[in-house]
Design a protein around this ligand. Structure first.
Ligand SMILES: Nc1ncnc2c1ncn2[C@@H]1O[C@H](COP(=O)(O)OP(=O)(O)OP(=O)(O)O)[C@@H](O)[C@H]1O
Ligand SMILES: [Mg+2]
Length: 337
């Protein structure tokens, strides 16, 4: 795995091909904190999360259960308020918005798709009626154009054939694709999906992820999907890993064409650095060199070196001491012994 540090803030050069411009972004979270206090016990669900998503991008946030994915999405959807940090979506500051702004934000700026198919659609309305409902609530589209828009959305999501069916008469995949049509009915700037394939089998999950990608491509809606399923990264250009309430690494996928015209998919992993320079080392790196308590750092002209503290070293490393090679049981020299 090649790991490159991506600087998300400040004037230092970002690694080639990394997304995000300081200050830009349709979704901008910096040092986001969410603490839940229940029965006197504090849970830090988000511990200084930093994430930028550019307009029109489709990004997947992947993490284990309890890593803070739903907490992040609930905040971005305007249903919850963070404890600290900053979150700005489509120009709306989520920490300071008032009640009226919040309602407008939820109705027209963001659209959501939840994991539970039953939470996305009203069971007593047909697919057409479900998609028509947000159009009627918003009232921005003239009445005569609504039927045409409903039809176009169902076609776009390839669920035209279930237009007259209620959710109970549709498959899980058809329900989720209809739910995406509902979510983008009023042309939101941002589409949020929390485990949209959590209740689906593998083949249907692929269909739904491709449907999200299709909508993103056709409408340009900035799309954020959170899931524990790492295979989602095959469907998006950028995957952000979340660990213990913080974004840790990012995987960027791109297609290269070689001199013979053959296409090659390249995936590169980057570590995320927040505004004050904190980064998480990938767990496999930590385990491979048994890094713990403290490490030695060295600034080189074009990279930073990280070394485990030498065996038996307990005091802070002196800045005058040159960094030593990694000392593991396998490569200790006679001198070390
Ligand atoms: N309302 C709440 N009150 C107290 N703790 C909460 C609340 N919501 C979430 N948490 C805690 O915050 C942490 C993150 O939860 P979150 O639901 O965001 O995780 P997740 O990544 O979505 O997990 P999963 O993959 O299981 O859905 C967990 O430890 C969870 O128990
Ligand atoms: Mg969740």
């Amino acid at each position: 795995m090649s790991t490159t540090i991506e600087l998300t803030d400040g004037g230092a050069p970002a690694a080639a091909g990394t997304p995000g411009t300081p200050g830009g972004g349709e979704i901008r979270c910096a040092d986001l904190v969410r603490i839940f206090a229940t029965d006197g016990v504090e849970v830090q669900a988000l511990q200084g999360l930093t994430l930028t998503v550019e307009p029109g991008e489709i990004v997947a946030v992947v993490g284990a259960s309890g890593s803070g994915k739903s907490t992040l999405l609930t905040i971005l959807s305007g249903l919850d308020t963070p404890t600290g940090g900053s979150a700005v979506v489509a120009g709306t500051d989520l920490l300071t918005m008032g009640h009226t702004e919040r309602v407008r934000y939820q109705r027209s700026t963001v659209g959501f798709v939840w994991q539970q198919t039953s939470r996305n659609l009203l069971p007593y309305l047909t697919a057409s009626e479900n998609v028509r409902l947000p159009l009627e609530l918003a009232g921005t589209l003239p009445r005569r154009e609504r039927a045409r828009r409903v039809e176009a959305l169902l076609e776009l999501l390839e669920v035209g054939h279930v237009a007259g069916r209620r959710p109970g008469e549709m498959s899980g995949g058809e329900q989720q694709r209809t739910a995406i049509a509902v979510a983008v009915a009023n042309n939101p700037r941002v589409l949020l999906a929390d485990e949209p394939t959590g209740e689906l089998d593998e083949a249907t999950s692929v269909e739904v992820l491709e449907a999200l990608r299709g909508v993103n491509r056709e409408t340009g809606v900035t799309t954020l999907i959170v899931t524990h399923d790492p295979t989602v990264s095959e469907h998006v250009a950028r995957t952000v890993q979340i660990r213990d309430g913080r974004t840790s690494t990012e995987t960027l996928r791109r297609t290269e064409v070689d001199e013979h015209g053959a296409e090659r998919h390249v995936a590169e992993e980057f570590a995320v650095v927040d505004r004050v320079g904190r980064l998480q080392l990938p767990q496999e790196f930590v385990h491979a060199l048994d890094l713990r308590d403290r490490v030695r750092l060295a600034l080189e002209p074009d990279h930073v070196g990280v070394w485990p503290a030498a065996p038996g070293q307990t005091a802070e490393p002196s800045p005058l001491v040159e960094p030593v090679e990694t000392r593991t049981a396998e490569n200790r020299t006679e001198e070390d012994r």
